[in-house]
Design a protein around this ligand. Structure first.
Ligand code: AMP
Length: 301
């Protein structure tokens, strides 16, 4: 079954201590859609300006990503994010964000999109995530991702959204901020009370935590010796996760979520090995499956 993904389709300028890479293809929806496309048919809902290179549109298409829902505003500017990492790549700061065409964007879904069973509201303003969700007809499973910015500037919209989604994905510091609880394990119950039946807390190189009707599950991260650029790892994790769930022919979402988190973690590990989408693009189903088997061995006891 297919996955619909809404989020940013961006040009990213990324500085690390070793290199500067201007105007790479990035954005939460780009990373998530590429990750999901390894497993399931993927529809991308986003907006780009006239400056968006045609080669990036070709790249999405070459992965079979459906672009009917990607709006193009000829005289507009594509969302641009400029970020910088410290030597410890867990620390990054935003140098500049140009909203461009995202600023006044109100997505209108192509008619045939409304029945897509799996929906990923990747990181973008919660008001935009709500607009998309309101146009969907009884989706089977909806995941929302978010970031600290929206907790700071759009908390009311985010709280409205949380009542309507099945699963919220956020990182550990965002979970602490949302609940004002320093302990992420006790924060989980507080997040469930806000709406979602499932909560996934990302902990970067330390893996992730799932809480849901089936209890708690701890997923490891794939141990990497070298991280080149972690931008988009979180988006790749959640895109891979939902793509894996959508690809299963039978059984409940609950049944597949744990393995889905491992697949998400593996796609995220590829993402970290190159700038932008470059390393994810080199991954294959075979290399993904090999890392899943490695993780299975590493985590068994
Ligand atoms: P991650 O590393 O998983 O947090 O995702 C980084 C991606 O999020 C980059 O490709 C950025 O283009 C995108 N991004 C940065 N800031 C924002 C924002 N305010 N809203 C949505 N996406 C963003």
């Amino acid at each position: 079954m297919s996955v619909l993904i809404v989020g940013t389709t961006a040009l990213d300028s990324i500085n690390t201590p070793k290199a500067k890479n201007p105007r790479l293809l990035g954005g939460s929806a780009s990373h998530a859609a590429l990750a999901a496309s390894f497993f399931a048919p993927t529809k991308l809902v986003g907006v780009v300006g006239g400056d968006f290179p045609a080669k990036y549109l070709k790249l999405y298409a070459s992965r079979g990503i459906d672009l009917t829902g990607l709006e193009r505003v000829k005289d507009g500017q594509t969302f641009h994010w400029h970020g910088e990492y410290e030597v410890n790549m867990n620390n990054r700061r935003t140098l500049n964000t140009v909203l461009g065409v995202i600023e006044n964007w109100s997505p209108k879904l192509p008619g045939e999109y409304e029945r897509t069973p799996y929906v990923l509201l990747a990181n973008i303003a919660p008001a935009i995530q709500l607009t998309v969700l309101e146009q969907m007809s009884k989706p089977k499973f909806v995941i929302a991702d978010t970031m600290d910015l929206w907790l700071n500037v759009a908390l009311a919209d985010l709280l409205k959204l949380l009542k309507k989604v099945d699963c919220l994905v956020l990182n550990d510091s965002e979970a602490r901020q949302l609940t004002e609880d320093d302990n992420v394990v006790s924060a989980l119950a507080k997040i469930h009370k806000l709406g979602p039946r499932y909560v996934i807390i990302k902990k970067g190189e330390h893996g992730s935590l799932l809480s849901g009707p089936g209890g708690l599950f701890v997923a490891p991260a794939y141990p990497l010796k070298k991280v080149v650029d972690p931008t988009g790892a979180g988006d790749s994790f959640v895109g891979g996760l939902l793509g894996y769930v959508a690809a299963q022919r039978s059984g409940s979402v609950e049944k597949h979520l744990r393995r889905a988190m491992i697949h998400g973690a593996v796609v995220a590990s590829f993402c970290c090995e190159g700038f932008g989408l470059s390393a994810t693009l080199k991954a294959t189903k075979a290399t993904i499956n090999a890392r899943v088997r490695e993780l299975e061995k590493l985590a068994r006891f």
